[in-house]
Each structure stands twice: as structure tokens, then as C-alpha cells.
Design a protein around this ligand. Structure first.
Ligand SMILES: Nc1ncnc2c1ncn2[C@@H]1O[C@H](COP(=O)(O)OP(=O)(O)OP(=O)(O)O)[C@@H](O)[C@H]1O
Ligand SMILES: [Mg+2]
Length: 233
């Protein structure tokens, strides 16, 4: 939307200049063509950006509908992590210098929202590959366990990469919608905002520790649904 505003300002200015010069009678044909082309290009930019904003909103809508419809189920955490990794098979095959370690009880079963956890891990893995380890070289650790605190069982997931990390000004804004350091590369800046909202929806918490050249670590704590829970049907 920011790009639309800039393009709109630019286009309006080109048209205003055009009018001014027309009135003053100082306009050459080539200058007129240039101004018209300028305005047309601004229109194109606005058109492209509005289309991408519409498709983003569609994606948002779809995510909230999917969340709404998802019922909790009992699944193994290891299986869900493997489902995420399988979706990245082609990418990972091309990264021989990348190691992904998964640590946790292979048989650990949890009752929660598998689809939501899949989305969270998918976004984190995409980011670790794109931002943390852009050269494809490094280590990603995914550690999980269940931890009991004050009578509630939490699924704890630690997701970390030993990549480039983030300076403070990026880390502080990472969860804002549309914040991205990769606008030219087509980043929407919605990935971490979606992760944050999904974890909040599950009444969980998310913390990030990251420093330049010291990698990035996310710690998530998601309360599990017990079998006797009214929502846990
Ligand atoms: N593992 C990471 N290492 C370093 N920087 C990161 C990491 N994860 C996120 N970031 C930073 O946080 C910003 C926001 O991430 P987010 O997923 O919201 O957007 P994006 O990845 O840029 O865009 P999109 O998710 O649409 O591809 C990124 O642009 C990047 O600067
Ligand atoms: Mg992302």
C-alpha cells in the first residue's frame, strides 16, 4: 500500500505539471509524451500493488478460515516436524552444507492444532533459510518437549539457526505486519506477524533472541489441550 501511495503522488504530480505547462503554453510534444508516460507508469505500479494487496488479504482470510475450522487432534510432534521438512525436500536437497537437527522424544504425542503448528514451523523454516542462512550453510536446531507448569502442560518448541541474526532495529519490528527487509526480493513481511498471531490464538507465548552474527532463536510455549477438555473433541 505504501508503494501505491508513492506512485499515486508521483502520478498526480506528473498530471499537475502537465496541466500547468498546457495552460502556460510552454509544452513541447516530447515533454507531453514523457509526462503522460510517467502518469501511465504510476498507474501500472498502483495496479500491480493493489492486486498483490488483494491476494494478501485473500491469504489472510483463508488462514483465519482454516484456523476456525481446524479441530484439535492427537498427533506426534516428530511426525508433524517431518511433514514440514517433506514440504521443503526440493530446497533442502540443493543445500548440502545445511544441517537440520531435530531433538525430542520421537514418540511424544500431543493434543493440539497440527495445521497451525505446521504453519508456524513452515514460516520459521522459510525465514531461517532465506534470512538467517542465505548462503545455505549452517545449522538449524528444532527442539521440542512437553513441560508442566502450574498444572498446565505446555508444548515447548525451540527453533534456532546459527546464521546472520538480526540487529536490534529489525528484531524489535519483526512481528509488525508488512515489516520486511526483503521488499525487493518479494517479501511481504507477513510471515512473522502470522506466526505471532497464530501462537496468540493458541494462548501461547513466543520469544526471540537474536544478535548480529549470533544466530536467531525462537522459543514457543503452547498450552496443550487435555483429552477431557470441552474443546478437545
Ligand atoms: N531467522 C532469521 N534470521 C534473520 N532475520 C530474520 C529471521 N527471521 C526473520 N528475520 C527478519 O524478520 C523480517 C520479517 O520476517 P517475515 O517472515 O515477517 O517477512 P519476510 O520473510 O521478509 O517476508 P515473507 O515472509 O513474506 O517472505 C525479515 O524480513 C528478516 O529481516
Ligand atoms: Mg518470512
Amino acid at each position: 500500500m505504501g508503494n501505491c501511495l508513492t506512485a499515486n503522488t508521483h502520478g498526480s504530480r506528473a498530471l499537475k505539471d502537465l496541466l500547468k505547462e498546457l495552460e502556460a503554453g510552454t509544452l513541447s510534444k516530447s515533454a507531453m509524451m514523457r509526462k503522460i508516460e510517467d502518469a501511465a507508469e504510476s498507474q501500472n505500479i498502483i495496479d500491480r500493488n493493489l492486486r498483490s494487496a488483494i491476494s494478501l488479504l485473500e491469504r489472510f482470510k483463508r488462514i483465519s478460515v482454516e484456523q476456525h475450522e481446524e479441530r484439535p487432534s492427537t498427533f506426534t510432534m516428530r511426525g508433524e516436524i517431518e511433514n514440514v521438512l517433506v514440504a521443503f525436500t526440493n530446497t533442502l536437497k540443493q543445500l548440502p552444507d545445511l544441517t537440520i537437527n531435530v531433538q525430542g522424544d520421537e514418540n511424544l504425542e500431543v493434543r493440539s492444532y497440527a495445521g497451525i503448528i505446521w504453519q508456524i514451523l513452515t514460516n520459521l523454516l522459510q525465514n531461517a533459510l532465506k534470512h538467517g542462512l542465505p548462503g545455505g550453510e549452517g545449522i538449524i536446531d528444532i527442539i521440542y518437549r512437553v513441560q508442566r507448569e502450574e498444572g498446565t502442560d505446555y508444548l515447548v518448541i525451540i527453533f534456532e539457526d546459527d546464521g546472520v541474526g538480526m540487529p536490534r532495529e529489525v528484531r524489535d519490528r519483526m512481528f509488525e505486519p508488512f515489516f520486511t527487509t526483503n521488499r525487493e526480493g518479494g517479501g511481504t513481511g507477513l510471515g512473522m506477524n502470522i506466526v505471532y498471531n497464530l501462537i496468540k490464538q493458541l494462548d501461547g507465548t513466543l520469544h526471540c533472541v537474536s544478535n548480529p552474527d549470533m544466530g536467531t532463536r525462537f522459543v514457543m510455549k503452547i498450552p496443550l489441550i487435555s483429552n477431557g477438555d470441552a474443546n478437545g473433541q
